[in-house]
Design a protein around this ligand. Structure first.
Ligand SMILES: [Zn+2]
Length: 427
């Protein structure tokens, strides 16, 4: 291999029309950054004139060079520039001059296609666009342009939906129409299928009409949280789907109302304030899991006690708290043992002394009761969708907030490997 070919190969230029003279390499400091500069020449015999289309003949004349600095990927940790002298030609048929082109960059662009490709790959990692821009020596706008050009806006496969689906939502970007966006994934693999900007009912119905009837009829189970528009949506759009309320959301609902009750009691009770504040975890804990045999010293308490003693003391400070705690434990028990009969009984015979927070939660549970039955009878849950939402939070954080929902969604899909880099790119 000649020196010439070594350089071309090393810089991955993939254009044999570039040649290098002696002293082709030097370092230069531009705006405080040291660059490795590779100075080359682009020259070949053009096949025709791009303005008038006449095939190359003796009326084509060389017409000097034009210089462009092209950003290429880093070399040994240094920023690198290909300083390319491009041959110009004058066509005497139409008296217009033109510059030779290469496949290193696209027309009129100073960023090499190789750099763009690297940016596209960097976008698949959990890194901010600002960092990617800095690393590749380009502006954040360029990173966004590369994203738009390398990745197609998500094309959905509208003829297929899996048998088990999971619905959830997450807080979206500011520009999004609804405050919450809708997130759908495969209920068995956890793979994200799509995210939709606005989770309001009208919009989701419109969205699901894109899927053909056959695809929608295939769906047998859908796990959701207790958001009633989903029920109407599923009844309308999924003729064969059973609705399952996600287990996690069930427990979350009642533990939140118990916790709110505790906080209200705590704020009114100066004497036991510290105790009620400190041992909140024990109150929320499943009573069967509390320890009743280990005696120890608890902060804020004088005598030796067990966990059960602590909880008993706390709930006995207030009747409302006690009743709320008792029903909470009963509901929790029926969730754990998948005892639908007991749950129904507990909910319909609720003591009137329980807190209003718990009353509201019980009303909600009663409203969703037929679907909670499905929860007990099936193993599907939304576990991974919560994980997916954490992932979305990470993406959002590293991006310091996306302004456009389209890009936000694209970035999520890119990082998840759901959209692949296009083969042909026009950036
Ligand atoms: Zn011409």
């Amino acid at each position: 291999m000649s020196n010439q070919n070594y350089i071309i190969d090393m810089l991955e230029l993939k254009d044999s029309n570039v040649y290098f003279k002696e002293n082709f390499y030097y370092k230069e400091t531009i705006k405080g950054i040291t660059y490795k500069i590779f100075e080359g020449y682009l020259s070949y015999k053009p096949s025709f004139c791009p303005s008038c289309g006449v095939v190359f003949d003796e009326k084509f004349e060389k017409h000097g060079f034009i210089l462009s600095n092209i950003i290429i990927p880093d070399v040994s940790g240094y920023k690198a520039i290909l300083r390319l002298h491009k041959q110009r030609y004058l066509c005497k048929h139409c008296h217009k001059a033109f510059t030779l082109t290469s496949n290193i960059t696209n027309y009129g662009c100073f960023i090499s296609n190789l750099t763009k490709h690297k940016i596209a790959l960097d976008l698949t990692k959990k890194r901010s666009e600002v960092d990617i821009a800095l690393d590749n020596g380009v502006s954040p706008n360029t990173v966004e342009r590369v994203m738009d050009s390398y990745y197609d806006t998500i094309k959905l496969y509208k003829h297929y939906l899996p048998e088990v689906l999971s619905f959830d939502e997450f807080k979206s970007v500011k520009s999004a129409d609804g405050a919450m966006s809708f997130h759908m994934c495969d209920g068995i693999t956890g793979q994200t299928i799509d995210i939709v900007e606005d989770r309001r009912l009208d919009n989701l119905i419109k969205y699901f009409f894109y899927y053909d009837y056959k695809a929608r009829s295939r769906v047998k189970f859908i796990t959701i949280d207790m958001y009633s528009p989903y029920i109407s949506l599923i009844k309308k759009m999924f003729p064969n789907a059973k609705i399952i309320i996600d287990k996690f959301h069930l427990t979350q609902l009642i533990s939140r109302s118990l916790n709110k009750t505790r906080i209200r009691v705590m704020n009114k009770d100066k004497k036991n304030h510290r105790k009620l504040k400190r041992y909140w975890r024990l109150i929320l804990k499943d009573r069967d899991e509390l320890d009743f045999s280990k005696w120890k010293k608890y902060t804020c308490f004088n005598s030796l006690m067990t966990q059960v003693d602590v909880v008993n003391y706390l709930i006995n400070t207030n009747e409302e708290l006690k009743q709320t705690y008792l029903i909470y434990q009963e509901i929790l028990y029926s969730f754990k043992n998948k005892d639908f009969k007991k749950l129904k009984q507990t909910l319909s015979n609720a003591n009137s002394k329980i807190s209003n927070y718990m009353k509201t939660s019980i009303k909600t549970l009663l409203e969703f009761l037929p679907y909670i039955k499905n929860t007990f009878e099936n193993e599907y849950h939304n576990g991974f969708i919560e994980g997916n939402n954490n992932f979305i939070k990470v993406i959002k954080r590293i991006a310091f907030g996306f302004r456009s929902f389209k890009r936000f969604k694209a970035r999520i899909m890119i990082c998840k490997g759901l959209i692949k880099i296009k083969k042909t790119v026009n950036a």
